[in-house]
Design a protein around this ligand. Structure first.
Ligand code: DCP
Length: 344
């Protein structure tokens, strides 16, 4: 609870990269497809205007056109017979550069996502505030979990009032409020310098920041105070938590017959360790209580470089020559990217 962590996630990122290259696409229903001749290829990114028409990721291009006839489909470029993602990676790197002005501790988590540890900057600003309040005016695009006017009958303004009320001295929440002010500034700087819009989550740890980021999108940010965790976890499916979306989440749900995060509170740390091993068991015991001690690791370059291509159905590699050819093509891409990485 001493830390302040933000997760910044670009909105429909590949679409925004294409829209910046071709501004006529801005504000239109638009999607990026990894083209192949089968039903117009697979969609990998969808603009919010196209989402309003029911277009989703993984639809085929032809199906998207049937749902939304005016949709603009942009193809991912191909080099050596496979997708070339260079422009998206480079767009992501531009964003990281901007974020790094706000903290020495920025972790690039994926092509369009980064964790930023704001603890040091928050402490500096809190000291400079000297007891003054953070106002709603400095949080124009901010929501607080559990404070949606329609649903909860409370607002951001109510939360700020309580948080900065002398009598309550909600220091943890004050940190989050100041973190949110910095996050607004970061997102504005990203927009000014790159033209990209993004969303953010602000919380005391990575797990909660990631969760919060998804609550309000696009171009918005959400604070998740620790005090909201018990209520939120009562109805939050286990798979919604980072690292529980896959096999581990399924194992936990099926084995313990639980559905929501709060259902895990009845299990002892020991019982969770018996199911998941010492490390993951302890992790889950903390996480269902809203704690996650994983540090933001100051790492701006990817840990590894790899490339792959799927060969399904009639494209399967059924001769030695085909295997040799594609191994060599993939190796060339890895080589190029390693050389580029060395020069960065
Ligand atoms: N991506 C991909 N294949 C996937 C998922 C994503 O190629 N199965 C690419 C395209 C996305 C980018 O990665 O633009 C980032 O993925 P996100 O999951 O963050 O989704 P978006 O940024 O597209 O949308 P959102 O605004 O919902 O975050």
């Amino acid at each position: 609870m001493e830390r302040v962590v933000a997760l910044v996630d670009m909105d429909c990122f590949y679409v925004q990269v294409e829209q910046r290259l071709n501004p006529a696409l801005k504000g239109t229903p638009c999607a990026v497809v990894q083209y192949n001749p089968w039903k117009g290829g697979g969609i990998i990114a969808v603009s919010y205007e196209a989402r309003a028409h029911g277009v989703t990721r993984q639809m085929r291009g032809d199906d998207a056109r049937a749902k939304c006839p005016q949709i603009n489909l942009v193809r991912v470029p191909q080099v050596r017979g496979k997708a070339d993602l260079t422009k998206y990676r480079e767009g992501g790197a531009e964003v990281i550069e901007v974020l790094s002005r706000f903290s020495d501790c920025v972790e690039r988590a994926s092509v369009d996502e980064a964790y930023i540890d704001l603890t040091v900057e928050v402490e500096t600003r809190l000291a400079a505030l000297g007891g003054a309040k953070v106002t709603e005016a400095s949080l124009p695009n901010t929501h607080v979990a559990g404070h949606d006017r329609e649903k909860d009958g409370k607002t951001l303004s109510d939360w700020l009032e309580t948080t900065f009320n002398e009598a309550t001295l909600e220091m943890h929440d004050r940190r989050l409020a100041v973190g949110a002010v910095i996050a607004e500034e970061m997102r504005q700087a990203v927009y000014e310098d790159t033209g990209f819009r993004c969303s953010a989550g602000i919380a005391h740890n990575k797990m909660l920041a990631k969760l919060a980021c998804g609550f309000h999108k696009p171009n918005k940010q959400t604070i998740l105070p620790h005090s909201q965790v018990p209520q939120l976890f009562k109805s939050l499916p286990i798979r919604k938590i980072r690292n529980l979306g896959g096999k581990m989440g399924t194992l936990v749900s099926e084995h313990l017959r639980v559905e929501n995060m709060a259902d895990l509170l009845v299990f002892s740390e020991r019982a969770l360790q018996q199911l998941l091993g010492e490390k993951n068991g302890s992790w889950l015991y903390s996480v269902c209580r809203g704690f996650d001690s994983e540090p933001v690791s100051a790492r701006q370059l990817p840990k590894s470089i790899g490339c792959s291509k799927n060969f399904t159905g009639k494209n399967c590699l059924n001769t030695r020559d085909k295997v040799k050819f594609w191994l060599s093509e993939l190796a060339k891409e890895v080589e190029e990217r390693l050389i580029k990485d060395k020069h960065n």
